[in-house]
Design a protein around this ligand. Structure first.
Ligand SMILES: *[C@@H]1O[C@H](CO)[C@@H](O)[C@H](O)[C@H]1NC(C)=O
Ligand SMILES: *[C@@H]1O[C@H](CO)[C@@H](O)[C@H](O)[C@H]1NC(C)=O
Ligand SMILES: *[C@@H]1O[C@H](CO)[C@@H](O)[C@H](O)[C@H]1NC(C)=O
Ligand SMILES: *[C@@H]1O[C@H](CO)[C@@H](O)[C@H](O)[C@H]1NC(C)=O
Ligand SMILES: *[C@@H]1O[C@H](CO)[C@@H](O)[C@H](O)[C@H]1NC(C)=O
Length: 575
């Protein structure tokens, strides 16, 4: 009962967050430009933030913590555990800490992220987890660490004592570089850079592939008909194991009670068997659900087999299949398949970026691939899987491509690529003639025959001029309302109507009793009628306080006359 209450507590906290509400995308969106642009200039990778908005447990992290997250794994039987890495290569964990699966050396639950100091300096290449849960992690150096539940020796250290801290496996793997890891409920599989598979842990159904049902206490190479093959991808279902080799063949072993091995039978296999029915089909990837299997071919097609009680095979009915059955998604190629050993959910992504899901989806059985609104298969698991756990390590896109807009942003005020500099108030601003000519009518003519690489400006202040030039690179401004008044002047001068609008917006959003008169004067001066009306209304609505400000006392005589007559016309002085 106590366990149950603790889990409920975690779920509630995760759902509502410490602040009592879910973080909305918009709340995170209101960074000012300088915050966004500075890191862009520093390093490219720090620009990319991991999008974890769909994972409730992340509401236990502060905004500042979320900014730093680069990899993440949500696991545990009730999605109650979280491990993530930061841009500084630190590893943090939080959650109920079932069986010490947070690796902190104790079994204390924690609602705040705690740093996993024992792995300081290690970078995670891949990670998988079992149902105990236990964790198997490979570093970018190819070392393997395990911790957590160990009743079936799934930590591979020769014992069955729960592993409260990360254990570095050396036996049989010391000269190997591990590049992929996969966990079933209670067994572990790793793939080395030379295409060998090692397995250990629970072996009640032969999932370790050793040829016996005794649990395997230390890593043992899976041999038999895999002996001379080069494996390129591995996966584990609840109690079975799969390997794709470089010729496109699929080898399977372990539990087969629901036909999840695809051999046309339901007998368990203690050693690897080739899926003969896939003869002539070249498989590239395999993914296993709890008791079903998906493969992706080199032609972008998906085959499924195994348990089908929730429609997880996507065949349109719920009968189990012990042979590979094609899944018809759409004409477009499939480029990614997704499943997780603890769920009956399937997902796939097409080349065109469409994401489909089927199987158990929030308790419903979806027997045909259903087009979602998501852009990632990870979101399917965050929103629809039971439990809602990650099917792979979430990572910031390795893609360091910048869009045209992002590239231009980076080049503003960059002395290394600039061919023109403005000298304003004794300070330089570095720009590119061609971009200015493309973006601004004024510069198109003024820079036409300009041979100089330096232009001195005195009409406007440095912050105003800088904001203007930056706007030409970024389409946006970030200024205080008072500075925006200066920029409004410039925008009027250069006839930049969109910039004028942005300035007015900034001013409206920044108006207060103290600055209202100054802003009103500016609106009048720059003939911004809409803004003038807005400032006037604000002054009328706050008349008592506004008339006591220094801005009001120092108001220009004509403007004051005008203000009073307009105010009396709208009846402001009636009482
Ligand atoms: C295996 O891990 C357990 C739990 O951390 C530990 O007690 C034991 O000493 C380890 N065994 C070896 C051989 O390191
Ligand atoms: C694993 O289980 C199979 C039978 O299911 C058995 O033949 C094999 O020897 C077991 N492996 C080990 C390492 O004990
Ligand atoms: C792994 O270690 C065990 C025990 O030390 C040994 O029997 C086995 O042959 C080793 N090698 C492989 C490849 O499994
Ligand atoms: C299909 O597999 C499930 C196990 O996942 C099992 O409960 C069900 O009875 C099987 N159905 C048939 C018709 O064998
Ligand atoms: C379920 O769908 C599969 C694949 O289309 C088909 O082979 C099988 O006959 C169907 N089973 C039933 C009971 O309709």
């Amino acid at each position: 009962m106590e366990d149950y209450l603790e889990e409920e507590f975690f779920l509630l906290c995760a759902l509502y967050g410490k602040s009592g509400k879910m973080p909305m995308k918009d709340e995170r969106g209101d960074l000012d430009v300088s915050e966004v642009v500075k890191p862009v200039q520093a390093t490219l990778s720090s620009l990319k933030m991991l999008d974890v908005g769909k994972w409730p447990i992340f509401s236990l992290c502060s905004e500042a913590e979320l900014q730093l997250v680069r990899q993440a794994c949500v696991f545990g039987s009730a999605s109650n555990e979280l491990l993530y890495t930061t841009v500084n290569d630190e590893i943090f964990v939080l959650g109920t800490n079932c069986c010490g699966c947070l690796g902190l050396g104790d079994v204390q639950s924690t609602i705040e992220p705690r740093r996993l100091d024992s792995l300081t300096g290690k970078k995670i290449a891949c990670l998988s987890y079992g149902s105990g849960p236990h964790i198997v992690l490979a570093t970018t150096e190819g070392e393997v660490f395990t911790w957590g539940h160990n009743a079936y020796s799934q930590l591979g250290n020769g014992t069955t004592n729960a592993g409260l801290v990360p254990y570095h496996i050396s036996t049989n793997l010391s000269n190997k570089q591990v590049i992929e890891v996969a966990c079933g409920s209670y067994h572990s599989l790793v793939l080395t850079s030379d295409g060998e598979v090692f397995a250990w842990g629970y072996n009640n159904s032969g999932q370790v592939g050793s040829g016996s049902t005794a649990n395997q206490p230390i890593p043992r190479r899976v041999t038999g008909c895999l002996q001379n093959k080069v494996v390129v991808n591995i996966a584990c279902g609840q109690m079975c194991s799969m390997a794709v080799v470089n010729t496109g063949e699929v080898f399977v072993w372990g539990y087969n009670g629901n036909g999840q091995l695809g051999l046309g039978s339901s007998g368990n296999q203690p050693t690897p068997c080739r899926v003969a029915a896939l003869q002539g089909i070249r498989v590239q990837r395999v993914a296993c659900g709890y008791a079903h299997t998906l493969v992706l071919t080199d032609e972008g097609q998906v085959y499924a087999w195994g348990a089908n009680s929730y429609g997880q095979l996507g065949t349109g009915n719920k009968s189990n299949q012990s042979y590979p059955t094609p899944v018809v998604v759409e004409k477009d190629r499939i480029i990614e398949i997704a499943a997780c050993h603890s769920a009956h959910t399937s997902a796939a992504k097409t080349q065109g970026g469409h994401v489909y899901m089927w199987g158990q989806c929030r308790g419903q059985s979806v027997t045909l691939p259903h087009l979602t609104h998501f852009s990632s298969t990870d979101d399917v698991f965050a929103c629809f899987a039971t439990p809602a756990v990650t099917w792979r390590l979430l990572s910031v896109e390795p893609d360091d491509h910048l869009t045209v807009a992002e590239s231009l942003k980076r080049e503003f005020d960059n002395p290394n690529t600039a061919d023109l500099k403005f000298l304003v108030d004794g300070k330089y601003i570095y720009v590119h003639k061609v971009l200015l000519k493309i973006r601004c009518e004024h510069f198109r003519s003024s820079l036409e025959d300009n041979e100089d690489d330096i232009v001195e400006m005195s009409e406007f202040s440095y912050p105003v001029y800088r904001a203007f030039l930056e706007y030409l690179y970024t389409d946006s401004i970030s200024l205080s309302p008072e500075e925006a008044v200066g920029l409004l002047d410039l925008a009027t001068f250069y006839r930049e109507n969109r910039l004028k609008k942005l300035c007015q917006q900034t001013i409206k959003q920044g108006i207060c009793e103290e600055n209202a008169i100054a802003l009103l004067s500016a609106a009048v001066k720059y003939e911004a009628q809409d803004l003038e009306e807005f400032c006037f209304r604000f002054c009328i609505n706050h008349l008592t306080v506004v008339t006591q400000t220094s801005g009001f006392a120092e108001m220009d005589h004509d403007l004051l006359k005008n203000f009073i007559s307009k105010a009396s016309r709208v009846g402001a002085f009636k009482n």
